[in-house]
Design a protein around this ligand. Structure first.
Ligand code: MEV
Length: 309
């Protein structure tokens, strides 16, 4: 094979971001926006036609490190805004890992790709959980560290933390994402929470509380209980705000949709990025997000994970 292409979806987090870094439960869902990588054998390494571009693309560099730095031409395309909290770097790592493995005739099973993509994310951020990369590789929905793991996909361990990643059926529900337009880097936000937790037992209590809210949310998702799930999402937003990862742009969009949604919260790392609302009135929510300067994205769930193109 001389050329291989793969794509992988972005994601949003229904509940549990940040706390999941410390081994707490979380729920994430793939979205119908994808990152695509195409790789071809060559006599040098180029990224989108540029030589010497690897320093600007650390996820790509990390995956190439594992595969002995083959000479390849790499092209990327994406409709996931970077720094939006919607998992664009995880989708890059997942699609690139799959494409390189296909080109080199190496296994492309989901567990191998998920673990390699997580290593790439981790090496770039220096901290973080395998939630985003697992959601991108598996697609659909995933539950991390569910109390009674059903449909276990893979387990990831790092230091004291263990993450059991399970496939999750998310019943038909309508979510609308609101992108603030403000880019935010995940690594520094996760590091900020880690430092807060280390220095302050109150922060540890908030992280434990996010874990409890998420477990209740997993039960509400199973039962299709939108009212309960919405309440829990709003509560989670408040807990995340106490941890210091929300911001005025996010709070403005969360407040703007409150009359038309069961609940809303920041999604992903925060600090800008995106929020998400659970609603039966997606048009009204989208309008409220636009009127406050955000970009609405109505989510179609059931999006497949990483795949050959
Ligand atoms: C970012 O999408 C999710 C965080 O929990 C970071 C992580 O899990 O690595 C904030």
């Amino acid at each position: 094979m001389k050329t291989a292409s793969a794509s992988a979806p972005g994601k949003f987090v229904i509940l549990g971001e940040h706390a999941v870094v410390f081994g707490k439960p979380a729920v994430a869902v793939a979205i119908d926006r994808r990152f695509k990588c195409t790789v071809s054998k060559s006599d040098r390494v180029t990224i989108n036609g540029e030589e010497n571009a690897l320093a600007l693309h650390p996820h790509i560099l990390s995956v190439l490190d594992v595969h002995g730095h083959p000479y390849i031409e790499i092209t990327t395309e994406s409709d996931i805004p970077s720094g939006s909290g919607l998992g664009s770097s995880a989708a890059l790592a997942a699609s690139f890992s799959f494409a390189v493995r296909s080109l080199l005739g190496e296994p492309t099973d989901s567990e191998a790709v998920a673990k390699e993509a997580y290593e790439a994310e981790y090496s770039v951020q220096g901290i973080g959980s395998p939630m985003d990369t697992s959601a991108s590789v598996h697609g659909m929905g995933i539950a991390v560290n569910a109390p009674e793991p059903e449909n276990l996909l893979w387990r990831v361990e790092r230091g004291k933390n263990v993450w059991d990643i399970c496939g999750l059926d998310v019943p038909e529900m309508t979510f609308v994402i609101g992108y603030t337009g403000k880019k935010a880097l995940t690594g520094p936000l996760v590091e900020k929470v880690r430092r807060y937790k280390e220095r302050n037992s109150f922060a540890k209590d908030i992280i434990d509380e996010i874990g409890t809210v998420t477990l209740e949310g997993m039960d509400a998702i199973k039962k299709g209980d939108r009212v309960k799930l919405g309440d829990l999402m709003t509560k989670d937003h408040k807990l995340l705000s106490i941890l210091g990862v929300s911001g005025p742009e996010l709070n403005k969009l969360v407040d703007a949709v409150s009359d038309y949604s069961y609940g809303a919260k920041l999604t992903g790392a925060g600090g800008g990025g995106s929020m998400v609302a659970l609603t039966d009135e997606p048009e009204k929510v989208s309008k409220a997000i636009s009127s406050r300067g955000g970009t609405p994205i109505t989510v179609k769930t059931g999006e497949p994970g990483v795949r050959a193109e």
